[in-house]
Design a protein around this ligand. Structure first.
Ligand SMILES: Cc1ncc(COP(=O)(O)O)c(C=O)c1O
Length: 468
């Protein structure tokens, strides 16, 4: 059946203008003619059966039959036994609005090593489909209604077990809020903080501008905390901020894990000032050395909010994330004060993720990805050591990206050369907080981004750009 074919009982929107001196038959004929003339009913479209349209419009069937017959006589419609009444393939054409020329197609980069993205070609489609079937078969009817703001209980239950086991989070399902990705969780938190009278949230001196913008958008100031080789200098936090946003397991983008003394210092700061630590655990599952870095939240669940996401382990397009927060924060979000919209993530997707986690398929997928990304990381390090021995490579122990450091003053040249070679990477300076002093020059290379088939070409292009 072509997309232009409507079934005999299909809906047809017609604007019938019946006025004095014009009968309904004339009004119907005019409305149908207008719909064809304007292109709203495309050539070949099958019209509803006269009986069905008459019933829909509350008209006598003969009125519709006569209107159709008139339009067939005029050449707008065709009627053939067995295929019903259709818009004529060559109905008199309507004068068309001139269509503006399409913008020129800009081809993207040939090699994509942008940080922050997983290999979406490896999305576990078959597992997701199986989990969808199971979730659909077992979902209670109420799951298709408006859900609770904090998300489906099945997913909160599954996440509580998973996060405790895999990330050392102290998670109770009642302390979990399902969000549409980590960024949405941060937006909710920013509103809660603003509602409590907080005016400033400290952020790392290197980080994602989207998170800084979200906080600014909520009316918060965002003073920087300097990041060095041991992570954020949390010992410098004062009473002038009500919260701090950190990436403790794997600083983004430098890649260092927050030093244990600084982990302790930030928890102490929160306890003494009543501040909130917001932990962005965006790629905590991907650690390649044997020293797991557990979630900071495990140290003090009453002062640390843990934000996680499926964007790295599965795909950012799912828009699925979670927050594990103190009870008062969850209650405020639940009350709708932070976002009046009920849960923004589809209940069905939540049930599918819950099934994926409970069935063990999520763990299997993460382990498979971890092996694959680790192999790529090793290949990248080996290739750079061989072909660009003058650059430094950092942030290797975890995650989906590395930082390649280059001599001061050369970052711009490297980025220009990358663009010339069709290679997309990000400059380290892009992540610098606007109030932070300038620092190390370099590029951030996301080695998880290309599909398996594109990886070798992307690595070759990177070596070409960086070779002396
Ligand atoms: C530092 C950091 N945090 C969080 C995320 C994930 O955000 P979301 O869950 O909103 O996709 C990313 C994604 O690139 C990131 O780089």
């Amino acid at each position: 059946m072509s997309s232009r074919t409507t079934s005999p009982g299909a809906d047809l929107h017609l604007d019938l203008r019946v006025d004095h001196g014009r009968g309904v038959r004339v009004a119907l004929t005019d409305a149908l003619r207008d719909a064809v003339r304007s292109g709203r009913l495309a050539p070949g479209t099958r019209l509803p059966a006269s009986r069905s349209l008459a019933a829909d419009l509350g008209l006598a069937r003969t009125t519709v039959v006569e209107a159709y017959a008139e339009l067939v006589a005029e050449g707008w419609l065709t009627a053939r036994h067995g295929s019903g009444t259709r818009v004529a393939e060559r109905a008199p054409a309507a004068p068309r609005e001139p269509v503006p020329p399409a913008p020129p197609r800009t081809s993207g980069p040939r090699h994509d090593l942008m940080p922050g993205r997983p290999d979406v070609a490896s999305f576990p489609r078959a597992e997701w489909l199986r989990a969808t079937r199971r979730a659909l078969a077992s979902a209670p009817d109420e799951a298709f209604g408006y859900g609770a703001v904090r998300g489906r209980p099945e997913l909160r239950e599954a996440l509580a077990g998973y996060l405790a086991r895999a990330r050392g989070v102290r998670a109770d399902p009642d302390r979990i809020v399902v969000c549409a990705g980590m960024s949405h969780g941060l937006t909710l938190l920013a509103r809660v903080l603003r509602g409590r009278g907080v005016r400033a949230v400290a952020v790392e001196s290197a980080g994602l501008h989207i998170h800084r913008d979200l906080l600014l958008g909520a009316g918060l100031r965002i003073p920087p905390v300097q990041v060095d080789a041991l992570g954020a200098r949390t010992e410098t936090l004062g009473r002038d901020v009500g919260a701090v946003l950190l990436t403790p397991a794997h600083q983004f983008p430098t890649g260092v894990a927050l030093d244990p003394a600084r982990r302790a210092a930030v928890v102490e700061w929160a306890r003494t000032t009543g501040g909130l630590v917001v932990e962005d655990d965006y790629d905590g599952e991907f650690r390649y050395d044997r020293q797991p870095v557990g979630a900071l939240q495990g140290l003090d669940p009453e002062h640390v909010v843990h934000l996680g996401t499926a964007s790295k382990a599965l795909a950012p397009g799912l828009r699925l994330g979670w927050m594990v927060a103190p009870a008062d924060v969850v209650a405020e979000i639940d009350s709708g004060a932070a976002d009046p919209e009920p849960s923004v993530t589809s209940a069905l997707e939540q049930l599918v993720l819950a099934d994926l986690i409970s069935s063990g398929a999520y763990d299997r997928h993460v382990r498979g990805r971890r092996r694959s990304y680790r192999r790529r990381r090793d290949e990248l390090v080996a290739a750079l050591a061989d072909q660009a021995p003058h650059v430094g490579v950092g942030g290797l122990a975890a995650g989906l990206h590395v930082v390649v450091t280059v001599p001061d003053g050369t970052e711009g040249d490297v980025l220009r050369s990358a663009a010339w070679h069709g290679l997309a990477v990000e400059g380290l300076s892009t992540f610098r907080h606007p109030d932070a002093p300038s620092g190390q020059a370099g590029i951030v290379v996301g080695y998880a981004t290309p599909s398996d088939s594109a990886w070798a070409g992307a690595l070759e292009a990177l070596c070409r750009v960086l070779s002396p």
